[in-house]
Design a protein around this ligand. Structure first.
Ligand SMILES: [Zn+2]
Length: 125
């Protein structure tokens, strides 16, 4: 193929990819609906039995009026995870109207290092 032609096609692909990416990012970066306070969600998740603390809490906006939190929960006993998970999903639904969430269980000593994203921690009070 003509090198200039293939360069042109590559440029077109890059431009359309960037456009798609920008649209996707725009969706992700939109503000949290429902006037939802991440601090309040974090504290609520960190309280009640089974959880020592909460970190890496992000509340993603996936559609207007629809959010999906993702969060790490440091649990006292991983064998109790099923109970803890159940209780947290109930809490998110009843108190915040959130029906889907990604909750990651962690033993106390385990930490995840993510240099590029600031982490938010909520200790139990
Ligand atoms: Zn973690």
């Amino acid at each position: 193929m003509d090198p200039l032609l293939s360069l042109g096609i590559s440029a077109l692909i890059v431009v359309s990819s960037l456009r798609l990416l920008r649209e996707a990012l725009h969706g992700l970066m939109e503000g949290t609906p429902f006037n939802l306070a991440p601090e309040e969600v974090g504290r609520a998740l960190a309280t009640a039995p089974g959880v020592a603390s909460v970190h890496e809490l992000y509340i993603w906006s996936v559609a207007p009026e629809q959010v999906v939190p993702s969060v790490h929960l440091v649990v006292h006993d991983l064998r109790q995870w099923e109970t803890v998970l159940d209780a947290r999903h109930t809490l998110l639904t009843e108190r915040f109207g959130i029906h889907r969430a990604t909750l990651q269980p962690e033993p106390g000593k385990f930490t995840v290092f993510s240099p590029s994203i600031p982490s938010t921690s909520y200790a139990r009070r």
